[in-house]
Ligand binder design. Structure first.
Ligand SMILES: Cc1ncc(COP(=O)(O)O)c(C=O)c1O
Length: 358
């Protein structure tokens, strides 16, 4: 068996220890003689998995009882629609900070429900930077939506935007649990699990209770109303992905929680950025003060060299380094589960490649 150095943007690499546990438990979960995939979502065993995962998330993010946690389906893209369905009525305005492809998609959905004001967009600059902290928000905006990490171009907000009390709604799909956040600033945080938290199939949704209490409650189909999911499991959840998320959350806690991963992720990112910055052979795509610690994007002197880079990297078991199809180039996604050793192997490959081809 071999495990490659996997830099996939998502679904992304998972901790080997977590996969080992899943392997051990796959046929017989805790003596049940059945897999988690084969038991009722109302069983005591699954109820415990659901509860444990929620408790871990609370501990990791420092959430108190002011928040609801839900494990939904439909991906982050489903949330692009569900958020305005619940929180934006006709005549109301929501502010959307536009820092990339995913923000643009979220804006498109929100416009189906109400007015959208965009206080900042880096589209003219190919989304290579995030804004500074002073933006012009709509005074009575229902919420301010932002994408904490732009997976495609590789930019990341260094901290939460200041919104003068307007609730923040954050698409944290590509950096959730990679560093501590100030939860008091958020009305809502959501993320598809498939980058930092587990396999694809479950969407983590965290909503502040008082923000939900002020939601638009009219004419929302039952499944799409967040209130449907606050007290109990409404319908069959993505039970196996939730089980995997629970294992990943325990792994994160076991390692030392968000401060540990903030330090490790900074170290990994700095290793690659300092290699890029050594000379002009590699060129970082994102502006320096907006650089992401999760998705590191760069170009080589020609597309031909980029192709050779990808082919040679693969021969060294360094895989999934191709940039997003909309921007090209190289992208190394180094979420929590991407090991330091993989990053060191990549950096050493980058240095060798430069000395041969530069
Ligand atoms: C920041 C961000 N938001 C949203 C999405 C879309 O997520 P999903 O495929 O779960 O709908 C992605 C996917 O890569 C993403 O990176």
């Amino acid at each position: 068996m071999k495990r490659v150095h996997n830099f996939s943007a998502g679904p992304a690499t998972l901790p080997t220890e977590v996969l080992e546990t899943a392997k051990e438990e796959i046929l017989d979960y805790k003596g049940l003689g059945a897999s988690v995939m084969e038991i009722s979502h109302r069983s005591p065993e699954y109820t415990q998995i659901d509860a444990e995962a929620k408790e871990s998330l609370k501990r990791l993010l420092g959430l108190n009882d002011d928040f609801h946690i839900m494990f939904l389906q439909g991906g982050a893209s489903g949330q692009f629609m569900q958020i305005p369905f619940n929180f934006l009525s006709e005549g109301q305005t929501a502010d959307y900070i536009s820092t990339g492809r995913w923000s643009v998609k979220a804006i498109k959905e929100a416009k189906l429900f109400g007015n959208v004001h965009v206080p900042f967009s880096s589209e003219d600059d190919n989304f290579t930077h995030v804004p500074g902290n002073k933006l012009d928000y709509t005074e009575d905006a229902a919420y301010v939506h932002f994408t904490s990490n732009n997976t495609v171009v590789g930019t990341q907000f260094p901290s939460e935007p200041e919104t003068n009390g307007i609730p923040l709604v954050c698409d944290a799909s590509s950096d959730i649990l990679s560093r501590p956040v100030d939860v008091d600033k958020y009305g809502m945080i959501y993320a598809g699990a498939q980058k930092n938290l587990g396999p694809a199939g479950v969407t983590i949704v965290i909503i502040r209770k008082d923000f939900l209490a002020g939601a638009n409650k009219k004419n929302i189909p039952t499944l799409l109303d967040y209130n449907t999911h606050t007290q109990k499991i409404f319908n069959t959840p993505p039970s196996y992905p939730v089980y995997m998320v629970n294992l990943v959350l325990k792994w994160i806690e076991g390692k030392g929680g968000l401060p540990f991963f903030q330090e490790l992720n900074t170290k990994k990112a700095n290793l690659i950025y300092s290699t890029i910055d050594e000379d002009d052979f590699y060129r970082g795509t994102a502006q320096v003060d907006s650089r992401s610690k999760m998705n590191i994007t760069f170009r080589l002197p020609s597309e031909e060299l980029e192709q050779t880079f990808l082919e040679d990297a693969k021969k060294h078991d360094l895989v999934a380094l191709k940039g997003h199809r909309s921007v090209g180039g190289i992208r190394a996604s180094i979420y929590n589960a991407c090991e330091l050793e993989s990053v060191e192997t990549l950096v050493s490959f980058m240095n060798d490649f430069r000395s041969k081809k530069g």
